[in-house]
Ligand binder design. Structure first.
Ligand SMILES: Cc1cc2nc3c(=O)[nH]c(=O)nc-3n(C[C@H](O)[C@H](O)[C@H](O)COP(=O)(O)OP(=O)(O)OC[C@H]3O[C@@H](n4cnc5c(N)ncnc54)[C@H](O)[C@@H]3O)c2cc1C
Ligand code: SF4
Length: 488
């Protein structure tokens, strides 16, 4: 059999295809391994089958119980896959491995950069500056960033507009389903009925791009209708506006349908044409060539053993049923209930809902960070093994003791109240830490600090916060109350 390029389900765009023979594999067992969001399973399968249809005679789509079974004995080449598990697999198969694609910076360049720094001095902002300088993006000279600063984050933290239920932007781009989508949905029904797989959440209609053509349409729509508003409300949350000005491009990016470079170049072109302001464009560019590349490189750099329970903060609680069932209705806290509903209904929630609501809740309640990382990977349509360790275990749970983030991303109800309109319609009061209507995030924040004080007492960024804890007159009562809290 002629040499084939094996493409994984996150390598489906043109930048993974150099024109030769291709093999794609569909393994039912891969969906049986975890109880993942059904919309995610649908996206992976429909994207793979659409790609196979596009490639016609150049592709062989193999359906098999496992990748090993499908591929043993073939002469293969691959573009370096995106997880430890897949890299082990291609090593076993004896495939020729080409350098990874689908990120702005390559692994060798990052390794060289990181080798000159101490493990705890790896700072995203420094990495991002280097990328900007190397690429010349939003630069006027070697070290002269457009607007005089590399980061315009300080301009991008506005509260949601008062008295408005939404940002008032056009509806986000949505695809039209076709026969392949319908076929995948009926296969998933059958697999579930046969008891082979079990899923989380609701599936359909499909909300995210699964083909190159759709991905380009979604990108066009974001640039035309959302990019200009991306910056100011990047950190805000609104009950009536689930998408806000976010791009929702993480799915086509993580399926490999879009290359981050082309997305960045489109955003820069909009800035140069005067269609979007600097602060928002810089913020968006930073998400892609800063954060996205950063967590990708950290996945390899921090190694296979990076995540070990219970982590630096001794978090051992099992995840509650409400998370595993994505049961927003069983949650009284408006912010958490809406965020879980969003995940159940769509498999997607925006960054601040992930970090400052769900992640913050898990951090405060001491949920096992390894279990939580698995939950995020399975429950989100854009979940991938490489994106989660740094984002969840590191940034959101501070379980690595401060490698990814220098202090825990913990916040009380005052923060959520400032950055959202959730609290107006919540039965809890964000100002209260004691009593029946005490906000679980406000009280939970102090109870969390009380629990982790010994572990973070030497962190200079937490000194003021801990001083506040020590001054709290009702500290013991709050801790006692939260110990017995049975619902949120
Ligand atoms: C707890 C937690 C879990 C997360 N889980 C995922 C995940 O499963 N998959 C995923 O791709 N991202 C994840 N992120 C990062 C980020 O929240 C999502 O990329 C973003 O919300 C996706 O929506 P969007 O495409 O509208 O993003 P936008 O707000 O429009 O941002 C543009 C793009 O920047 C990239 N990006 C921004 N921040 C990050 C980041 N921290 N890590 C990686 N990429 C980033 C994404 O590709 C995103 O599409 C997670 C973050 C946290 C804190
Ligand atoms: S009051 Fe507390 S629980 Fe309710 S929405 Fe606000 S932060 Fe969330």
């Amino acid at each position: 059999m002629a040499r084939q390029r094996l493409l994984f389900g996150d390598q489906l765009g043109p930048h993974f295809d150099d024109g030769g023979q291709i093999v794609l594999v569909e393994s039912r067992a891969a969906f049986a391994r975890h109880r993942m969001h059904r919309a995610r399973a649908h996206l992976i399968l429909t994207a793979t089958r659409h790609r196979a249809a596009e490639l016609g005679g150049r592709v062989e789509l193999v359906r098999a119980d496992s990748f090993r079974q499908a591929l043993d004995g073939r002469e293969l080449e691959v573009i370096a896959p995106t997880s430890w598990r897949k890299r082990d697999l291609v090593a076993l198969l004896g495939a020729d491995v080409l350098p990874s694609r689908g990120f702005v910076t390559d692994e060798e360049a990052f390794a060289a950069w990181a080798s000159t720094r101490k493990p705890r001095s790896l700072v995203m902002d420094h990495f991002y500056r280097e990328v900007r300088q190397r690429e010349g993006w939003l630069m006027n000279g070697a070290d002269d960033p457009e607007g005089g600063r590399y980061s315009h984050d300080a301009d991008n933290r506005q509260s949601p507009p008062k008295g408005k239920p939404t940002l008032g932007l056009p509806e986000p781009w949505r695809p039209t389903e076709d026969d392949i989508d319908a076929e995948v949905r009926s296969d998933l029904d059958l697999w579930e009925k046969q008891g082979d797989v079990s899923f989380l959440g609701e599936d359909g209609p499909r909300l995210f791009a699964a083909t190159r053509e759709e991905a380009l349409q979604a990108l066009d729509a974001f640039i035309a209708h959302r990019l200009a508003e991306f910056g100011p409300y990047e950190d805000a949350m609104m009950l009536g506006d689930r998408t806000m000005a976010h791009s929702q491009l993480s799915v086509p990016l993580n399926l490999g349908l879009l290359d981050p470079r082309e997305v960045i170049e489109r955003a820069l072109a909009a800035y140069e044409a005067g269609d979007a302001p600097l602060a928002g464009v810089e913020g968006f560019v930073r998400q892609l060539c800063g954060w996205r590349d950063w967590v990708w490189h950290l996945y390899w750099h921090l190694g296979r053993d990076y995540m070990t329970a219970p982590g630096a903060l001794g978090a051992v609680e099992p995840l509650p049923r409400e998370l595993w069932e994505l049961d927003g209705a069983a949650v009284r806290a408006r912010c958490l209930s809406d965020s879980l509903d969003a995940v159940r209904e769509t498999g997607w929630a925006h960054h601040i809902q992930r970090l400052m609501v769900i992640g913050n809740f898990a951090l405060q309640r001491g949920f096992d960070p390894v279990e939580l990382t698995g939950w995020f990977t399975d429950a989100f349509v854009d979940g991938t093994p490489w994106v989660m360790p740094a984002n969840v275990f590191g940034m959101s749970q501070h379980a690595d003791g401060g490698i990814v983030a220098t202090k825990p991303y913990a916040a009380g109800g005052a923060y959520i109240n400032r950055m959202s309109d959730y609290c107006h319609s919540c039965e809890f009061d964000p100002r209260k830490r004691l009593g029946d209507d005490a906000c679980p995030f406000t009280a939970g924040y102090w109870a969390f600090l009380d629990r982790v004080e010994p572990a973070i007492k030497d962190n200079h960024r937490m000194k003021q916060t801990l001083a506040g804890l020590r001054r709290l007159s009702d500290r013991e009562a709050v801790v006692e109350q939260e110990k017995h809290r049975t619902s949120w």
